[in-house]
Design a protein around this ligand. Sequence first.
Ligand code: AVJ
Length: 326
Amino acid sequence: MTTTALPQTSLQIPEHTASAVCEGLASRPKWLPSWLFYDAEGSRLFDQITELPEYYVTRTERSILAARAEEIIGLAAGGDALRIVELGAGSADKTRLLLSTAVDRQDTVFYEPVDVCASALEEARERIEREIPGVIVSPRVQDYTKGMELDPPNPGERRLALYIGSSIGNFEPEEAELLLERVRDALAPGDSLLLGVDLVKDRATLLAAYDDAAGVTAAFNRNVLVRLNRELGSNFDPEAFTHRAVWNRFRSRIEMHLANLLPQTVQIPALDMRLEFSAGETIHTENSYKYQPGQAEAMLVEAGFDPATTWTDEKGWFAVCLARAN
Ligand code: AVJ
């Protein structure tokens, strides 16, 4: 494949993307940050993943929330009115479930999704205000991994922060702990955090969830290269890379890699990079940490929360923890 490099001035290179790609692809082994998955096509593919029979994560968490929504909202509110903050721009029907339960109790609910992506927030606002009357959405464009600035709550109001969907699984354990501390710092005593974590389970179940028969996860993984080609003018041949999911039991994480089949040279004009890929060389694209029962609860206490209440499904595959800030 030959690609004519676009003149650099014709590409709008997002600084964030450029520096992450530069660092990751210059390393050995090569890696890319997993947030790069979520361009428009990646988000669409992820939505498709959540409906796959092998991807137990979303439906298991949803079943726990459906069974426990009233209990969760009641405990978090403790007699006050709730204001719901979400890290990330609304995980669709799971968030909706909690919001509509809150609206049943108090007529009007303020919902504050926090995300770096303004368009995702706008979409969430539109959808939620249309679908759940009584919810007032006030989006905040912020990188919650760096801490959050929230308005002081009105008197008689408490916050419930949602960090669901096992998103915390993408962070290294130390980063995850820091993130929980930052969330705690943004909250006031009496506010709560609802955290969804995926638990360790048998290897076959884990691997199937990240290497589905229909190949959606493979397409999701390769799409990161399509994105780089578009945004940085690179000439990766995505089809020359195979999707690989690995269970790293020592580090308790699923890893996703892209393995290059034949030797190839890739040019990234926007970064002035030329990369040699040997046959079999891999790019590490994601870690998805799986927690031991009790582990998330211990991290929450460490971060300044009271001991959590945990709900799980009957197989013990997923945990939803509610912890109050102290
Ligand atoms: C969105 C981070 C929860 O780790 O399960 C799904 C992303 N990657 N399939 C996960 C993902 C491959 C997902 N999270």
